[in-house]
Design a protein around this ligand. Structure first.
Ligand code: HBI
Ligand code: FE
Length: 285
């Protein structure tokens, strides 16, 4: 298959972890919940418990409230049940996938209000760190906010934007927006900064790190074009966190046509991940 061949090539022959043999043309598979072992359910419970202890006072209220309703503390959940609750709340569904999927397919799912979740769980020795997204990251990190109507609409808009960006040569820029919002975003509340990004909320260390004052990392207000211009780190804690005022800001910021942004950005150098521009304010002194 083209996608798997390209991935293998880019990663010096290392294959993706999932089993893609039974995937349909949208890369959807059956979750096959009965195939999870008791050891895997136990690992899930440990991951879940550790994260829950870290979330109060750090995760945004919307995330914590939805997570409690999802009731997935007892073991790897059945996607079907959550999918029905999610559909009733915001019209989104969950689809099971073998692992990373092609960008085009990923965007098509989002644009149609389907969130792809990887079926496999990490190994015990990957408790704190994992390279490819697994079921814990995808489900625990991403699904709760899809219960929020405004965030859910933003995710669909992002998927549509992804399909457009592929035609406009804007994908490298748009991917930075996903990274710095959906994966590593912070939100300002009247109780202080809170986390809404799935990459942080599903990881042990960064939950604490990203809100700690006095680290070398930046915490700056999200401006869309500035974000699109900013490189990111995939193998360390983020050097910049972009802070939003509310989820409506994400939706409104993503609603315009990005064509002129991409045209301007192609004339500019990317900004290093630790940039602080003149006039930008550190929000976590
Ligand atoms: N596939 N399963 C899966 N999950 C992702 O988050 C994902 C993907 N394919 C492509 C992709 N993400 C990226 O291109 C986006 O982050 C932009
Ligand atoms: Fe993710």
């Amino acid at each position: 298959d083209d996608f798997l061949a390209t991935v293998a090539e880019k990663s010096n022959g290392a294959a993706l972890r999932g089993n893609y043999e039974k995937a349909d043309e949208q890369y959807v598979v059956a979750q096959d919940w009965d195939a999870y072992t008791e050891e895997e359910h136990e690992l899930w419970r440990k991951l879940y418990q550790r994260q829950m202890e870290l979330l109060p006072g750090r995760a945004c209220d919307e995330f914590i409230a939805a997570l409690h309703k999802m009731d997935a503390s007892g073991g790897i959940p059945k996607f079907e049940r959550t999918s029905e609750e999610l559909f009733a709340a915001t019209g989104w569904r969950i689809v099971a996938v073998p692992g990373l999927i092609p960008e085009l397919t990923f965007f098509e799912h989002l644009a149609n209000r389907r969130f792809p979740i990887t079926v496999w769980l990490r190994k015990p020795e990957e408790f704190n760190y994992i390279v490819e997204p697994d079921v814990f990251h995808d489900y625990f990190g991403h699904v709760p906010l899809l219960f929020n109507p405004v965030f859910a609409d933003y995710m669909q808009l992002y998927g549509k934007g992804g399909l457009k960006a592929m035609k406009l040569g804007g994908l490298d820029y748009l991917a930075r927006l996903y990274w710095y919002t959906v994966e590593f975003g912070l939100i300002k509340t009247d109780k202080g900064l809170r986390i809404y990004g799935a990459g942080i909320l599903s990881s042990g260390g960064e939950v604490e790190y990203c809100l700690k004052p006095g680290t070398p990392s930046r915490h700056i207000h999200l401006e869309i074009e500035r974000c699109l211009q900013t490189l990111y780190k995939i193998d360390s804690f983020q050097e910049t966190y972009f802070v939003i005022d509310n989820f409506q800001q994400l939706f409104d910021g993503t609603a315009p046509d990005f064509t002129p942004y991409y045209e301007r950005l192609k004339q500019l150098d990317a900004l290093p991940a630790n940039t602080l521009l003149p006039g930008e304010v550190e929000l976590l002194p």
